[in-house]
Design a protein around this ligand. Structure first.
Ligand SMILES: Nc1ncnc2c1ncn2[C@@H]1O[C@H](COP(=O)(O)OP(=O)(O)OP(=O)(O)O)[C@@H](O)[C@H]1O
Length: 289
């Protein structure tokens, strides 16, 4: 379990983080979302020891995180850090060696990752000759090469085409399935919804909402959507606040069983369920609250 506890950070007069806490358990994929400048990169940099907090703690498996343990983490920084004039496979293996692998281990791991990320045919190319999306795949390979215990990734999906998104998403889920806590930031909320177990929403350096995807959705559920096969207009007959959305009835503040009884008496009920908001809607609601 990786725990980020009560981080505070100022840059001059700017309060970047004002008591940020979040955690990722073994095998959990946590999506970290927030508007531009909300504090995601600063939080991740502090978690990885690249930046010092003014106060707060990073705790790993119950104890303060040390330098040696951090070497076993995989990190994709926002400022991507590849050597453009190095060949792809050599580069990935080089980072493996920096993390303490033998040359043979690092090369074998690099080759396996290139295969997994559909980049085997570019193994001998210079990084600078790859497209930006492929450079990003290499960047992911660099963060995975040493089989990290934890993954902290700053916008790993930005600039990727849909195929690359799937490849990257599978790689992250595989890592989590192997027991690693995974935290990544993204502005692509559909991806967050698809890939994450939990979501943490940050706004102006504070956590404004967090929980599992199901919890967040359940908290925001408000309206019942009902479709009935009938020519009759049930607006005035259903209890609660009733509005129409096309042929559907949207009902709030109601007794759902009573709604069902009336609807079923009027005709065949073809849909009867509470609308669940998307993570994008929950995000918009949270940041404008
Ligand atoms: N090195 C720095 N010097 C001064 N201010 C900084 C520095 N790094 C970050 N900030 C400020 O701290 C705040 C948080 O920035 P941060 O980069 O963490 O946001 P973010 O959520 O990652 O944003 P984005 O989605 O745009 O990447 C912003 O107001 C930013 O301008």
């Amino acid at each position: 379990m990786l725990e980020i506890k009560d981080l505070h950070k100022r840059f001059g007069d700017t309060v970047a983080l004002d008591g940020v806490s979040l955690a990722a358990a073994a095998g959990e994929v946590v999506g970290f979302v927030g508007a531009n400048g909300a504090g995601k990169t600063t939080t991740m940099r502090i978690a990885m020891g690249v930046l010092a907090a003014d106060s707060g703690q990073i705790v790993y498996n119950g104890a303060p995180l040390g330098v040696e343990q951090r070497r076993r983490f995989g990190y994709m920084p926002s400022e991507r850090g590849l050597y453009p004039k190095m060949k792809t496979a050599e580069q990935i293996a080089y980072f493996g060696e920096l993390h303490g692998m033998t040359r043979a281990q690092a090369r074998a791991s690099a080759a396996a990752l290139l295969e997994q990320l559909n980049l085997s045919d570019r193994a001998g190319d210079f990084v600078q000759d790859l497209s930006l999306g492929n450079q990003q795949r290499v960047q992911l390979a660099v963060s995975l090469v040493h089989d990290p215990e934890v993954l902290v990734l700053d916008e790993p999906f930005s600039g990727l085409d849909p195929i690359a998104v799937d490849v990257m998403g599978t790689a992250l889920r595989d890592r989590a399935a192997a027991g690693a806590p995974v935290i990544f930031s993204s502005h692509q909320l559909d991806l967050i919804e698809r890939l994450c177990d939990s979501v943490v929403i940050i706004g102006n350096g504070r956590i404004i909402a967090s929980g599992t995807v199901e919890e967040l959705k359940a908290k925001e559920v408000k309206q019942l959507r009902v479709s009935v096969d009938t020519d009759e207009d049930l607006t005035g007959r259903l209890p609660g606040t009733v509005t129409r959305d096309g042929d559907d009835y949207l009902v709030e503040d109601t007794d759902d069983q009573e709604v069902l009884r009336i609807a079923a008496a009027a005709g065949r009920v073809t849909h009867f369920a509470y609308d669940q908001p998307t993570i994008a809607e929950i995000f918009r609601e949270a940041v404008t609250r």
